[in-house]
Design a protein around this ligand. Structure first.
Ligand code: TRP
Length: 332
């Protein structure tokens, strides 16, 4: 069976973009057609200045929201990265296969480290080695497919390179994974800045709808979304990215096609109102389930404990094999 691995970094609250662009598909499609692991990658949240209590809180919240979004522990494995030692164990071996130059060429590293230096801050070494840890996340599980956004494609490419190189040098050990991007994924953009993605890392912002925003907050954010200078509702990503984004969100929430939907609106106001209603409705069951899960923290803990156990069992043999292949003496 195809193995799928993906991760959510607990550096911010999950957004509508995370949900419509990724998590909803993991729940509706991926966990049913493949052996899928979904991981709260908390070690990755330590690569930049962080508040320990906040990382802990966001990790628990991300795990709870994954379950609230429909990931079913009977169908897939949901767990927290730091609960499974194999990630860090394998990461070190892969650091012995990756090169310094390769790491410094990573676009995200270049951007984030430059930003940090501009602010006069120092760059954590883990920011440089982070893609190696991500490769370990993927390779430890014999992953075939990694569903990720475009911004992560280069990191998955690195995981492929490291797998091939390791296999060539030390004998076949790793499955060579590939990044997948679903054809129909919604690419939700920031409501205030419709040419950039609605990510979760920029922490606050009136252009970002969070999964746990109250309905009236969602409505406000949508009604204040930036639109284009024209007046007609047309679907054109280039000329009118604000309106196009709203049409895509509406299509992703209610089905239908953005182009076809554009013909049914006479004003931006009417479109926004329908988008707000649709988003509120799509998030309602997720929020309801989240509330129930928060009332039962022992259940969530239990799911994570069992998830980690299952993940450990899956990863252990592959990582042991890598330890032996690279020349380390077995512990016996
Ligand atoms: N780097 C990813 C991000 O920032 C998160 C991540 C970590 C991940 N490890 C992974 C994604 C493994 C897929 C597979 O979004």
């Amino acid at each position: 069976m195809t193995r799928i691995f993906s991760g959510v970094k607990p550096t911010g609250h999950l957004t509508l973009g995370n949900y419509l662009g990724a998590v909803r598909r993991w729940a509706d499609v991926d966990q049913r057609r493949a052996d899928a692991l979904f991981c709260v990658v908390d070690l990755h949240a330590l690569t930049v200045d962080h508040d320990p209590a906040r990382v802990r809180r966001l990790s628990r919240q991300a795990a709870t929201l994954l379950l609230a979004s429909g990931l079913d522990p009977r169908l897939c494995t949901v767990f927290v990265q730091s609960h499974v030692d194999e990630h860090a164990r394998l990461s070190y071996l892969l650091e012995c296969v990756a090169t310094d130059g390769e790491m410094r060429r990573m676009i995200q590293y270049k951007e984030k480290s430059a930003r940090e230096r501009e602010r006069g801050g120092s760059v954590r070494l883990s920011l440089l080695t982070y893609p190696v840890l991500m490769a370990a996340d993927i390779l430890a599980y014999g992953t075939d497919e990694v569903p990720v956004g475009d911004d992560q494609a280069q990191h998955v490419e690195l995981a492929r390179d490291l797998a091939v190189r390791f296999n060539q040098r030390y004998g076949h050990t790793f499955v060579v994974p590939r990044a997948t991007r679903p054809a129909v994924a919604a690419r939700v953009m920031n409501l205030q800045e419709p040419t950039s993605k609605m990510g979760k890392s920029e922490d606050v912002g009136p252009g970002i709808v969070y999964l746990l925003d109250e309905p009236d907050v969602i409505r406000k954010k949508v009604m204040r979304a930036v639109t284009d200078s024209g007046r007609d509702v047309v679907y054109d990503r280039e000329a009118g990215p604000g309106v196009a984004n709203l049409l895509e969100i509406l299509a992703a929430c209610g089905g239908g096609d953005p182009e076809a939907l554009s013909g049914t609106y006479a004003s931006y106001g009417a479109l926004k109102k329908d988008v707000a209603d649709a988003v509120v409705e799509v998030l309602r069951p997720v929020q309801q389930r989240h509330k129930e899960l928060c009332a039962d923290p022992a259940y969530v803990e239990d799911v994570l404990r069992q998830g980690a156990e299952k993940a450990r069992k899956t990863a252990r043999p592959t990582v042991d094999e890598a330890y032996a292949a690279i020349g380390l003496l077995p512990a016996g």
